[in-house]
Design a protein around this ligand. Structure first.
Ligand code: GDP
Ligand code: MG
Length: 290
């Protein structure tokens, strides 16, 4: 069997989470047009019985840390550097190539790397050709491919190359599992995603989500979660006039959670103010940013 850890790195917004979801055919990582949406290392297992188990890791985009939260996010990147058998270095073809190269060189990867030029559907003129020429000569580039993460044929082409480059071995995880993260984690992420969708620039960056209870009953799962913000004013914004917005978050999140776990869900949301949670060790730990 082909078995390997394939870890995805790149700058914020390159399309790392979109790629992971496309490969898995399942929403494992939340996606938004805003940078810094992904805060954890998210592992997802792609299994084909007796043929392969690929353990993919999506990571937060590489940034300079400003808060302890950011340090935790870059810690997730570091941990993914350590166990990779193969790295996918993702690039938005429209990005500044020199800057992207600096980030990739700084990773000092010692494993084979596929440079994945993404968003070819948005590229103009010679952008793809130029990016391809630019990265092919870099020492870390084992292989280069240009894709649109939105195109299933491209995803299949990439998967073939990945399988060629990973080692043989015995599976690490049960072949029935999709991830080693608990369902509660995915539930909190799906709620967080709705906040990225519904609110402007600032609010999402001040927000964390904590699932307090998850109770499986015969035909329904009952979930209670807190949306945590820094200030009272943010709480009022999230609740909205007559509770309109919190209700919308709840409705959208419930639909996605139902699709993810395959049962009916009752979702109860509260908004709580925890000043400066992004710089508070204990709070970060409580919210799962280890
Ligand atoms: P990440 O920060 O690297 O995880 O990036 P995301 O996966 O969250 O994607 C950032 C944005 O780019 C989202 O709005 C995606 O829908 C969009 N996106 C990702 N890949 C592609 C692509 O190949 N083509 C287009 N048009 N949009 C993409
Ligand atoms: Mg992401």
């Amino acid at each position: 069997m082909k078995v390997g850890f394939v870890n995805i790195f790149g700058k914020p917004n390159a399309g790392k989470s979109t790629l992971l979801n496309a490969i898995m055919g399942e929403k494992m990582a939340i996606v938004s047009s805003k940078v810094q949406t992904t805060r954890h290392r998210i592992k997802a297992f792609l299994n084909k019985e007796d043929e392969y188990q690929v353990i993919f890791s999506d990571t937060p985009g590489i940034i300079d840390p400003k808060y302890k939260l950011h340090e935790r996010m870059m810690g997730a990147v570091k941990s993914a550097l350590e166990d990779a058998d193969l790295a996918l270095l993702m690039v938005d073809v429209r990005d500044n190539l020199e800057e992207v190269d600096e980030v990739f060189s700084a990773l000092k990867l010692k494993v084979p790397c596929i440079v994945v030029l993404n968003k070819t559907d948005l590229a103009k003129g010679n952008q793809v050709k130029e990016a391809s020429a630019f990265f092919s000569s870099k020492p870390y580039c084992t292989k280069i491919i240009s894709i649109s993460a939105l195109n299933i044929n491209d995803i299949e082409r990439l998967l073939k190359i990945i399988l060629d480059l990973i080692p043989e071995g015995a599976p690490f995880y049960s072949q029935e599992d999709l991830s080693d993260l608990p369902t509660k984690f995915f539930v909190s992420e799906l709620i967080r995603e709705k906040i990225y969708q519904l609110f402007g620039e600032e609010i999402p960056y001040h927000t964390a989500v904590l699932v307090n209870s998850y109770k499986e009953q015969p035909s329904i799962v009952k979930i209670q979660a807190d949306i945590v913000v820094n200030r009272e004013t943010q709480k009022a914004i999230i609740i909205g006039e007559k509770g309109k917005l919190i209700k919308e978050i709840g409705t959208l999140a419930r639909k996605d959670i139902e699709a993810f776990i395959g049962t009916k869900v009752y979702l109860e949301l509260f908004v709580k103010v925890k000043p400066k949670w992004r710089d508070n060790e204990l709070k970060l730990k409580e919210f799962g940013y280890q």
